[in-house]
Design a protein around this ligand. Structure first.
Ligand code: G3I
Length: 323
């Protein structure tokens, strides 16, 4: 009953020789995705700037490719994402729209994108990263909340539910693995929205972990309190970054500790009855987002660049075997 997923790398439709799309050009990569995983998450291909590049233009090519591939391989798909502050196209962020127009734009987008894949996507990250680290709504950088107020969040869930009543609809964020101000904010919001009958059905922790931050020891307890509210839970973007020594190669100790973080995250999901989806944020390291964002860090995924397995891969397998 647990789907094991990976992000699918790439920006898709960008015809850029310098950045070939791994999903269309790297056969060993495709083989690993189809043989090792039972769920796929488009890493970028369903985000606004890719799927809705102009106001009147949708580009479904890359997203279709992933959903078709998943279907052929009997895999689930996690849709990512509909209401977010990041990776929005210029026409949207810099457009001169009235609140009514913006509302219509979001409604149309959700109906179109969720409707296109209705019945083929198990879980949708409807609202992504709406709180900052202090548990405050992103009222400045999130265009939807800034221009339309927080009520737009409930509308997004309602519209997604209308477009695909069978998809589980999630809040998704990073830094919410532990019980802290941010996860508390989600706890209060999901409780309130469900009391109002808004179709919020899931809460997921991305789990972009860092060896230097320590492991979020109360992860199980945190997921459990959302499960107790009746919510599905999930781990959606797990990776464990580290700072290798100057040689660039992680030490054995680092790899062992990383393997332990992966295993403990999976154990948390296995212990929580409503956690049915566990996804790593891509592999191998050459396709990881980490080094471009944290230049000193890397090696965050479970596979080396030639697809040989790291200790973290084996620790996940061992954890599943023991479950
Ligand atoms: O495909 C283009 C290429 O054509 C272009 O020339 C090149 C130049 O930089 O960029 C390529 O696009 C990049 C894209 O990833 C695909 O590789 C973008 O610049 C880059 O910004 C984008 O980064 C993504 C990031 O979200 C953007 O916010 C990462 O791949 C993706 O892993 C990351 O994922 C997020 C989740 O959606 C939400 N949670 C956090 C997570 C990590 O930041």
């Amino acid at each position: 009953g647990l789907a094991i997923g990976s992000a699918v790398a790439g920006g898709g439709h960008h015809e850029d020789a310098q950045y070939p799309d791994p999903f269309t050009s790297d056969q060993p990569y495709r083989d690993v995705l189809s043989s090792e995983f039972s769920s796929l998450s488009p890493e970028n291909q369903m985000k606004w700037e890719y799927i809705h590049p102009q106001r009147d233009t949708y580009d479904f090519e890359a997203a279709d490719r992933i959903v078709d591939f998943a279907e052929r391989n009997v895999q689930e798909v996690r849709g990512h994402t509909l209401l977010w502050h990041s990776q929005n196209p210029d026409w949207l962020e810099n457009g001169d729209f009235t609140p009514e127009q913006l509302r219509d734009i979001l409604h149309e987008h959700i109906s179109t994108v969720v409707g296109r894949y209705a019945g083929r996507i198990e879980q949708w990250d409807v609202a992504n990263e709406i709180f900052d680290g202090n548990g405050q709504l992103r009222t400045q950088d999130n265009i939807w909340i800034r221009e339309l107020g927080p009520g737009i969040i409930a509308d997004a869930f309602r519209w997604a539910h209308e477009a695909d009543p069978s998809a589980k609809l999630f809040f998704n964020d990073y830094g919410v693995e532990a019980i802290n101000a941010k996860s508390d904010a989600y706890y209060e919001l999901t409780r309130q929205l469900r009391a109002e009958g808004v179709p919020v059905e899931g809460f997921s922790a991305q789990a972009h972990l860092n060896l230097e931050d320590g492991f979020p020891a109360d992860l199980t307890r945190n997921l459990q309190r959302f499960a107790d509210l009746g919510l599905e839970t999930a781990i959606t973007e797990l990776d464990v970054r580290l700072t290798p020594p100057e040689s660039g190669t992680p030490t054995e100790e680092q790899l062992a500790e990383q393997a332990d973080y992966y295993a403990r995250t999976l154990q948390a999901c296995l212990r929580v009855r409503t956690c049915h989806s566990f996804t790593v944020w891509g592999l191998p390291d050459k396709y990881s987002w980490v080094p471009s964002t944290f230049p000193e860090q890397g090696a965050a995924t479970i596979m080396w660049d030639d697809f040989t397995r790291k200790p973290a891969y084996h620790s996940l397998l061992d954890t599943l075997a023991a479950a």
